[in-house]
Design a protein around this ligand. Structure first.
Ligand SMILES: [Zn+2]
Length: 324
């Protein structure tokens, strides 16, 4: 059946008809807002490379989380910026560290908000790598112990979900075991399963002050051309007990979101990373792009590719637009 019998334009004629045949819908329920939490009180520092995003102390995180929940976003993910860094990142398991304090603030001000915490060492180590170093390389097995301490401290503070982002082998299993043997079997794991060594993380490193002082992360994060390896990583994480798996970044890896979704039966998250955010903000500010339309198109493309959950700095703006 072809033209002139078949005219696909008939179903694109009016907004009402387009609404009726729309295949993918984005909902505020799909969104997770990443937040940067620093030490102190009353702090709200703009991050230059990420217009509209700020670093906040725990008290302001609590207020912001309440507004975000009211806008319809069900979850936040917290990244800590400690005052003190050392070789093994020991501030990461300080029970009164920025993330731990922020979890308690959020639970007080927005008790129904799902609180996810990023579990990694790079914000806490003085060398900026995602684990303990041995001979200039990140020592996988020694790092597992540090990640376990951090995850337990987050669970103790009340985190609903812990999200290891370090890409060490065996971390999901180690964290699952530690949670289960410490009475935190209800705490879920969202694993950064296919996390690529990407140039799109640039603005985040300013935000979290987490750039490696020497070398790069290619020895543990994934090589961008590899897709089959990404599927192996996802399979391993599920085997080790991941409840949710993640592909990061989102836009340059939409094919992988699709393949992970097709192959596995667990919820798939995608991280719409800082570089993806800042490109749209910057072009919007220069009048080169319609910022709001580009934001919505980008988010719907990630959803269409198969993501059940989207971590995005646009979460609050998008949720407001969706319920607007
Ligand atoms: Zn890291």
């Amino acid at each position: 059946m072809s033209f002139p019998l078949n005219r696909p334009r008939r179903l694109r004629r009016t907004e009402t008809i387009r609404r009726m045949v729309r295949e993918t819908r984005l909902s505020p329920d799909d969104l997770i807002l990443p937040m940067f939490v620093c030490q102190g009180r009353g702090i709200k520092d703009p991050i230059e490379a990420m217009p509209g995003v700020t670093r906040m102390s725990a008290d302001n995180i609590g207020i912001e989380a309440r507004e975000t929940f009211a806008a319809g976003v069900p979850a936040v993910i917290l990244f800590g910026i400690p005052e003190r860094k050392d070789a093994i990142g020991s501030e990461a398991w300080n029970d009164n560290g920025p993330v731990q304090l922020a979890i308690r603030e959020i639970k007080e001000r927005a008790p129904e908000m799902c609180v996810i915490t990023d579990v990694c060492m790079c914000e806490y180590t003085d060398h900026g790598h995602c684990g303990a170093l041995a001979g200039g390389e990140v020592d996988n097995d020694a790092t597992l112990e540090l990640l376990v301490r951090e995850a337990l401290s987050h669970a103790k503070a009340g985190a609903d979900i812990v999200a290891p982002s370090d890409m060490m082998d065996g971390r999901v299993g180690a964290i699952r075991h530690a949670l289960d043997t410490n009475k935190f079997s209800q705490v879920a794991i969202m694993a950064y399963s296919a996390k690529f060594a990407s140039a799109f993380y640039g603005p985040f490193r300013e935000a979290a002050d987490s750039a490696p002082k020497s070398g790069d992360r290619r020895g543990y994060q994934m090589d961008p051309p590899n897709a089959r390896e990404a599927l192996r990583e996802v399979a391993l994480d599920i085997e080790e007990g991941a409840d949710i798996v993640m592909v990061k970044p989102a836009l340059p890896y939409l094919d992988l979101i699709w393949r992970v979704k097709e192959k596995f039966n667990v919820p798939v998250a995608a991280y719409n990373v800082s570089g993806e955010y800042s490109m749209i903000r910057a072009a919007g500010r220069n009048g080169w792009i319609d910022e709001e339309r580009a934001m919505m198109e980008m988010l719907i493309s990630i959803k269409r590719a198969g993501a059940d959950l989207i971590l995005t700095y646009f979460a609050k703006d998008a949720a407001r637009k969706l319920s607007g």
